[in-house]
Design a protein around this ligand. Structure first.
Ligand SMILES: Cc1ncc(C[n+]2csc(CCOP(=O)(O)OP(=O)(O)O)c2C)c(N)n1
Length: 637
C-alpha cells in the first residue's frame, strides 16, 4: 500500500518515535574525543564531516572547496597536538571550518557568516582554540614566530606552535619574512611547525617559481606512492627543498588525506625540536563531485547552492564585477597598452574574459599586493597603462607602494577596488571600508565611485585615459543597475535631482551607489516641503571646487558614503567648505571607525544609518530653524 505522504503516520497511543542514535560526528564534543577513535572510525568521521560541510555550506554560502580539502589534515592536527595548550594558527582562516566542527561549534553552522552568529573565520570571541581572526593572507608564520617567542621567554618550552599555511598564502612576501625569522633562530626551544597545505591552488593554480618547486616535490611524492616501471635513475632530478636551504627542517611530502601518515610525520616534526616545514599534499574540493569538477576554483567559496547539482538556487543578476569585466575587455581591445594585474584573484575581480582575449596582457603575481603595486609602477614606467584589480580591503597591504612607488612618481596606474564598502558575510577583515581614508592622504591620487553600470564604464575610460597620475575606481559587492541618469551635468558634477520651485534647503552628496538611497530620501524630504538637490560628484577625491560652490548655495549639506567616515569624502568636503569660510553645516553619513561584524549588506547599511529613511531623517533634523521636532516620515497617502 502506498503511504499517504501528506498525513503523519498514526502511532499507537503512548508510543514515542525512537531518536536515531547520534552519529560519530554528533557524539564529538571536543578535540580530546578524537584520540580514542580507531582508523575505521576516523575514516567514517571524515566522510560525515564532508557530508555535513556540503549540507551546511550550500545552505548559507561560504568556503566549501577549501574546507573539503583539509578534513583529514585537521583531524590529524587535533589528534597530535593538544589545542589550545598547543597553538594552532590557520593562515587566512578560510580553511578553519573543520577546526570549528572539532572544537565544539558544529551547531553554529546553521548561522554560518550571518549577523550575530558564527563567523566564517577563526574568531577569538567564539573559542579558546582560535588565536587569530584576521583573514588577510600570509600572516600565520609571523603570528607563530611571535607566539613562540613569547612562550619561550615565559618558560613554556613544552608548548608547540603550529602554523597551517596554504601554497597560495606562501606566495606572499610576509610569509617569507616569517620564514626568514623562524630560520634565523633555529636552536632548540622555539620549534615552530609550519604545516604547508599544498593543493597547488590559490583560487586558480598557484603561480611562480615557488609553485613550480612545490610541484616538483609533489611529483616526488606521487612517484613514491605509485610504483614506477621506469628505473629510478630516470626520474627527474629533485633538488633539495628551498626550506632546507633556509635552515628549516623539511618533512614530506605526505598524503594530506592519509590520517596515519600525517600523524607519523607531525609527531616526527615535533620530535625534531626545531623549526620545520611539514609538506602535506591535499586536493581542494575533495569528495564533492561538483567541486572536484570545477576547473575555475574547485568551489573555493560559494554562494547558496543546490547541493544535489552544485548550481545556484536562483539565477544570478549582473554584478559590478561582471560589468567591470566587460568594460575592461572592451577597453583592452582598443588600447594595446592597457594591461591588468591581479594578486591571485583573476576570476573574483572579473578578469577572466580579459585574460581569455589578451592572455599576454594579464599578470597574476600571487597573493602579493605590495609587489602587484610596485610591479604596476614598473609597467607604467615602461610605457604601459596598468590596471591593478584587487579587493578594496587588500589594498591596505600596499599603502606604502601606492604612496611612494606610484603616487610620488605620478605614474598613470589605475586601481580597481572591487568589494568596496560593506561586503557582508565575510565580516570585519573583508569590509572594503578603509580605502578612501588611506587614499585621501595620497597626493595626486583621484578616486571615483560609480553609481551605476553606465558611470562605471565612463569613469573607467576617464581613468585609463588619464596620463597624469594614479586613479582609483571603487565599487561594492552587489548586483549592479539600473542606470540612474543625471538631470544635468555641471563642472564635472552629475546633478541627479533638483526640487522644482522649492528653496535650496538640502544638498545630498551621494558617493557612488549611495545615489539610489539619496534619491529616495529626496522624495521623502520633498514630500515634507523640503527642497533637495542630489549631486553625484563621480570623482570623490579630491574635492571638486564646483561642489564647494554648490554647497554654499544650500542651507545644509549631507554627504552619504559607503566607506569609513574618518577621512572620507564627507570629511574632505567639510574641510574644503571650512577652508572656503562657508559656514553652512556639513553633516557626514558613512561607516564608523570600527570593526564591523558580518551580516547581510542591506542589514549592515541599515545598522549604520545608510537607508533612504535614515538619510532623510538626518537631513530633516539637521536643517537649521524651519523644521524642528522629531522626524517621522508621513505614511504615503
Ligand atoms: C592579502 C590577501 N589577499 C587576497 C586574499 C584572498 N584570498 C583568500 S584565500 C586565497 C587563496 C589562498 O590560497 P591558499 O593559501 O593556497 O589556500 P587554499 O585556499 O588553497 O587552501 C586568496 C587569494 C586574502 N585573503 N588576503
Amino acid at each position: 500500500m502506498t503511504p499517504d505522504l501528506a498525513s503523519p503516520v498514526a502511532l499507537p497511543t503512548g508510543d514515542v518515535p525512537a531518536e536515531p542514535p547520534p552519529t560519530l560526528l554528533e557524539s564529538l564534543t571536543c578535540p580530546a574525543d578524537l584520540r580514542s577513535l580507531d582508523h575505521a572510525q576516523l575514516v567514517t568521521l571524515a566522510a560525515q564531516i564532508r557530508g555535513f560541510l556540503v549540507d551546511k555550506v550550500c545552505a548559507t554560502g561560504g568556503h566549501l572547496g577549501v574546507n573539503l580539502g583539509v578534513v583529514e589534515l585537521t583531524i590529524a592536527l587535533h589528534r597530535v597536538f593538544d589545542s589550545p595548550r598547543d597553538v594552532l594558527v590557520f593562515d587566512t582562516g578560510h580553511q578553519a571550518y573543520v577546526h570549528k566542527i572539532l572544537t565544539g561549534r558544529r551547531a553554529g553552522f546553521d548561522g554560518l557568516r550571518q549577523a550575530d552568529a558564527m563567523s566564517g573565520y577563526p574568531c577569538r570571541a567564539e573559542s579558546v582554540h582560535d588565536w587569530v581572526e584576521n583573514s588577510h593572507a600570509s600572516t600565520a608564520l609571523s603570528y607563530a614566530d611571535g607566539i613562540a617567542k613569547a612562550l619561550q621567554l615565559q618558560g613554556h618550552s613544552d608548548r608547540r606552535v603550529v602554523a597551517v599555511v596554504g601554497d597560495g598564502a606562501l606566495t606572499g612576501g610576509l610569509a617569507w619574512e616569517g620564514l626568514n625569522n623562524l630560520s634565523a633562530d633555529s636552536g632548540p626551544g622555539r620549534p615552530v611547525i609550519v604545516v604547508l597545505n599544498d593543493n597547488g591552488r590559490s583560487y586558480s593554480p598557484t603561480i611562480g617559481g615557488l609553485a613550480r618547486h612545490l610541484g616538483t616535490l609533489r611529483d616526488r611524492y606521487r612517484r613514491k606512492a605509485a610504483p614506477s616501471t621506469q628505473p629510478r635513475a630516470s626520474w627527474p632530478h629533485v633538488p633539495e627543498t628551498v626550506f632546507e636551504h633556509l635552515g628549516l627542517a623539511y618533512v614530506g611530502p605526505v598524503d594530506g588525506h592519509d590520517i596515519p601518515a600525517l600523524e607519523t610525520r607531525l609527531r616526527h616534526a615535533q620530535s625534531l625540536n626545531k623549526p620545520v616545514v611539514v609538506h602535506a599534499v591535499t586536493s581542494k574540493g575533495r569528495g564533492y563531485q561538483p567541486a572536484e569538477n570545477d576547473d575555475a576554483d574547485r568551489m573555493h567559496g560559494i554562494d547558496i547552492l543546490d547541493p544535489a547539482t552544485g548550481r545556484p538556487a536562483a539565477p544570478g543578476k549582473p554584478t559590478w564585477t561582471s560589468v567591470f569585466g566587460e568594460a575592461i575587455t572592451q577597453i583592452g581591445a582598443k588600447r594595446p597598452d592597457v594591461v591588468c594585474v591581479t594578486a591571485a584573484m583573476l576570476q573574483p575581480v572579473g578578469l577572466r574574459t580579459f585574460a581569455a582575449r589578451f592572455p599576454c596582457r594579464v599578470f597574476d603575481v600571487g597573493i602579493a599586493e605590495q609587489h602587484a603595486v610596485s610591479s604596476a609602477a614598473g609597467l607604467a614606467m615602461g610605457g604601459l597603462h596598468p590596471v591593478v584589480c584587487v579587493y578594496a580591503t587588500f589594498l591596505n597591504r600596499a599603502f606604502d607602494q601606492v604612496l611612494m612607488d606610484v603616487a610620488l612618481h605620478r605614474l598613470p596606474v589605475t586601481f580597481v577596488l572591487d568589494r568596496a564598502g560593506i561586503t557582508g558575510p565575510d565580516g570585519a577583515s573583508h569590509h572594503g571600508m578603509w580605502d578612501t581614508s588611506i587614499l585621501s592622504v595620497v597626493p595626486g591620487v583621484r578616486v571615483a565611485a560609480p553609481r551605476d553600470p553606465a558611470s562605471l564604464r565612463q569613469l573607467l575610460h576617464e581613468a585609463v585615459d588619464d596620463p597624469a597620475g594614479p586613479t582609483v575606481i571603487r565599487f561594492p559587492k552587489a548586483a549592479a543597475g539600473p542606470d540612474i541618469p543625471a538631470v544635468a551635468r555641471m563642472d564635472g558634477l552629475d546633478i541627479l535631482h533638483r526640487s522644482a520651485a522649492m528653496p535650496l534647503d538640502v544638498l545630498l552628496v551621494a558617493a557612488g551607489v549611495m545615489a539610489g538611497p539619496c534619491l529616495e530620501a529626496a522624495a521623502l524630504l520633498q514630500h515634507r516641503g523640503i527642497g533637495v538637490t542630489v549631486v553625484d560628484p563621480s570623482w570623490i577625491i579630491p574635492v571638486n571646487p564646483a561642489l564647494v560652490h554648490l554647497a554654499a548655495r544650500h542651507r545644509l549639506v549631507l554627504t552619504v558614503e559607503d566607506a569609513c567616515r574618518t577621512g572620507g569624502m564627507g570629511s574632505l568636503l567639510a574641510g574644503a567648505c571650512a577652508d572656503a569660510a562657508i559656514t553652512i553645516p556639513v553633516r557626514t553619513l558613512g561607516l564608523p571607525r570600527a570593526f564591523i561584524q558580518q551580516g547581510g549588506r542591506g542589514d549592515l547599511l541599515s545598522r549604520h544609518g545608510l537607508t533612504a529613511e535614515q538619510i532623510a531623517a538626518v537631513a530633516a533634523t539637521g536643517l537649521p530653524d524651519t523644521h524642528p521636532g522629531p522626524w517621522a516620515p508621513r505614511p504615503s497617502t
